[in-house]
Design a binder for this molecule. Sequence first.
Ligand code: SAH
Ligand code: TMP
Ligand code: ZN
Length: 409
Amino acid sequence: MTATLDCRICGGTLHEFFDFGRQPVADAFVDPDGGPEEFFHRLAVGMCTSCTMVQLLEDVPRERMFRTDYPYLSSLSSVMQDHFTSTAHRFLDTELRDPGDLLVEFGSNDGIMLDTIRRAGRRHLGVEPCDGVAEAAAAKGIRVRNAFFEEETAAAIAEADGPAKVIYAANTFSHISYIDSVFRGVDALLAPDGIFVFEDPYMADIIERTSFDQIYDEHFYFFTVRSVQAMAAHHGFELIDVEPLAVHGGEIRYTVARPGVRTPSPAVGRFLEREKAARITEPETLAQFGANVDKVRDDLRALLERCRAEGRTVVGYGATAKSATLTNYCGIGPDLVSFIVDSTPAKQGKLSPGSHIPVRAPEAFATPYPDYGLLFAWNHAEEIMRKESAFRAQGGQWILYVPGVHTVQ
Ligand code: SAH
Ligand code: TMP
Ligand code: ZN
């Protein structure tokens, strides 16, 4: 583990703007019967004063985060399933024109996107280091290489399969601190006229909505169009398109190509102007973000303490990795939130990292309904509120903390 104030992209100096203190590995759920001692690290963020990339100051070893038993399963959300099915169709319609064209996805998880490419009978490969989720994809008939995507892996794929027309990564590229090795891998694998497409949480949305729980060990970089443009150029590529996405509380899909091969879309310039106008890289904006984080913490604690004092029950909904930062930073434990329900089999029966709130199956939410549901999976609000419409119908209220603490009746 290295702690540094040097930018991992350009070597510039980092301006630290928030410190969440000691935090656990956000997807390392705890066995209630005991197990290995929990690993804690310092979670702090800074922005590079040269290239403006926001990044963690401390790097958790990847083997601690992306283990054999990594619990996150992409396919549990029907909204995300629709999102990735349409993403796959877009690639099929616009890029994979020749029957021999290859698409490589890293961070393919349980195959949520690649399954559509497989069904279309097209050449594909998933690269996924976590055995459990990689096996889930392989069981669907998807080609998976059980490895971390980096220079050596990419070179081996290029050797075995030839160049890729499309390299794709969703909610994965920004997880990887050793991004220089990934870019060298993309360079080794990408066809001369190919595209590298990645989608990740958007720092401008995180600032605007104070969605600070997006900051946890697995999310190493926090992209803006400006910082991604600088990062691509630094590694010999060109940012040619950006597209805002509504999923996961606000993301951007970036398209990168070899320089001069494709004409950049006017959307790139539009977003750069918008980011400048919003002053998202100004130190005052980042200082205000910090003040907003503490207001959310104070408001949420006050509301939960009032519930406890009045004897009202609160159950968490969605044992998200994000909720590790929220519960540990705000000091929320089983005294304030009795348990969390979650549809992920591997999380059920465990305790939330650091805050040790028990995790149960979704059925526990209704037996009996609590007074309040604290929506940790706020990025899936529409889907969950629809699924759980009976909760509100019988008088239950949702507590949300993005943007700001509020209740929904
Ligand atoms: N693409 C999916 C999964 C995102 S979770 C989705 O958007 O829902 C991030 C995934 O990236 C995990 O499955 C993790 O195991 C994987 N991952 C982390 N580092 C990686 C690397 N270097 N190469 C490939 N996959 C990686
Ligand atoms: P995410 O915000 O990182 O995608 O995590 C969402 C978590 O919420 C994940 O553990 C699965 C869980 N979940 C449910 O329990 N029910 C649902 O309906 C959805 C969409 C997610
Ligand atoms: Zn930098």
